[in-house]
Design a protein around this ligand. Structure first.
Ligand code: HEC
Ligand code: HEC
Length: 327
């Protein structure tokens, strides 16, 4: 008993020491937590935004983070697979960056824990931006406007640590909440149309969607095999557990209407196809999640569910960021 209490106390204590809570997010979202060693400032956010939109962080000067995470395409890229330098294609769909700040894990297989840890991956990835870190640091140090901003924000010249911190801080401002769903829950009965209200009930009951797309960011931060056929090992490559074969991170569903195509392999083109996949119960395989099985939904119920996803989770406060002026 005493042990449990002190463990809980310790957890709270560690949480307070290592994290800063910054409450400026849209209604309906939990607080965004910034790491203690990377507190947000307006200058840092502005610097991170420039880096996010700057193609000079890539080998051919053409591929920016925003190429594959384009605000006009739901912070994804509208294609089945990502296309990096020299038109190289990867094997996974670009996930949205919206509300990534609220996720416990980054990447479809959860291999990065923080946004800081994630940010330097794509720059060095040979099929994404393909630039070694010392090369990107040297390149940016040659741009006076970046050098002076890094001095102001971090008190140093450009460093890879500063690049990661600035980008992650900007990403923590890419948030979507305050959707018709949130307004309906807050008491505005007119926020959702009748079909969307029926669809909402299906989402949380008969459709069993909320078993995994849970909470205010519509994810349980877990990994599941939902029966998308293919040879991608998913989470198993990280956890080394056979039970995780074909399991991927449950993605947020906020702004989902903007980021087609869907799933880790971009194999489903529309939300209608996604719902049809769940109605069918996915493709059978030994690791198929226990919560995935054929659903008894009528055609009208399936259509209402799609209406809820489109109408209910698209926010008027969508972060429609445009490219900033670059130094
Ligand atoms: C060539 C396209 C491409 C570029 C350029 C790119 N990304 Fe990505 N991004 C992806 C793909 C594909 C994934 C998923 C990869 C995986 O899961 O293995 C991803 C995953 C992510 C994630 C995790 C999101 C989640 O929900 O798991 C974040 C955050 C992210 N990228 C941010 C960035 C940042 C920051 C940059 C620039 C430094 C960047 N990306 C550059 C394609 C790209
Ligand atoms: C067992 C957990 C689970 C249940 C139940 C579940 N999902 Fe999912 N959902 C996931 C996972 C995991 C993924 C990613 C799978 C992949 O890429 O292979 C996903 C992906 C999606 C996507 C695509 C997101 C994107 O960004 O590509 C949509 C849309 C979606 N689910 C909607 C639903 C709806 C609607 C229901 C209810 C009918 C539902 N989900 C039930 C776990 C679940």
């Amino acid at each position: 008993m005493i042990r449990t209490i002190s463990a809980a106390f310790l957890t709270l204590f560690v949480f307070e020491l290592s994290d800063v809570i910054f409450a400026a997010e849209p209604a309906g979202l939990p607080p965004v937590v910034h790491p203690m060693d990377n507190p947000p400032t307006d200058e840092k956010i502005a610097l991170g935004k420039q880096l996010f939109f700057d193609g000079r962080l890539s080998a051919d000067n053409k591929v920016a983070c925003a190429t594959c995470h384009d605000p006009a395409k739901g912070f994804s890229n509208g294609e089945q697979f990502a296309t990096g330098v020299e038109g190289k294609k990867g094997g996974r769909n670009s996930p949205t960056v919206i509300n990534a700040a609220l996720q416990q894990f980054q990447f479809w297989d959860g291999r990065a824990k923080s946004l800081e840890e994630q940010a330097l991956g794509p720059i060095q990835n040979p099929i994404e931006m393909n630039l070694p870190l010392d090369a990107v640091v040297a390149k940016l140090n040659g741009i006076e406007g970046y050098k002076s901003q890094f001095q102001k924000v971090f008190g140093t010249d450009v460093t890879s640590d500063g690049i990661a911190k600035a980008i992650a801080t900007y990403e923590r401002t890419v948030l979507s909440g305050d959707a018709p769903y949130d307004r309906f829950k807050a008491g505005d009965a007119s926020a959702l149309s009748e079909p969307a209200q029926r669809g909402m009930k299906i989402f949380f009951n008969k459709g069993r969607c909320s078993v995994c797309h849970d909470g205010r960011n519509f994810t349980d931060n877990g990994f599941h095999n939902i029966g998308i056929p293919g040879s991608d090992e998913g989470r198993a490559a990280i956890s080394k557990s056979t039970g995780d074969k074909g399991a991927f991170k449950t993605p947020t569903l906020r702004e989902i209407a903007r980021s087609a195509p869907y799933m880790h392999d971009g194999s489903l083109k529309t939300l209608e196809e996604v719902v049809a996949h769940y109605v069918k119960g996915g493709s059978p395989n030994p690791q198929l999640d226990e919560e995935i099985f054929p659903l008894k939904l009528s055609a009208e119920e399936a259509a209402d569910l799609v209406t809820f996803l489109k109408e209910g989770l698209s926010s008027p406060s969508y972060p429609a960021h445009t490219a900033p002026q670059l130094p």
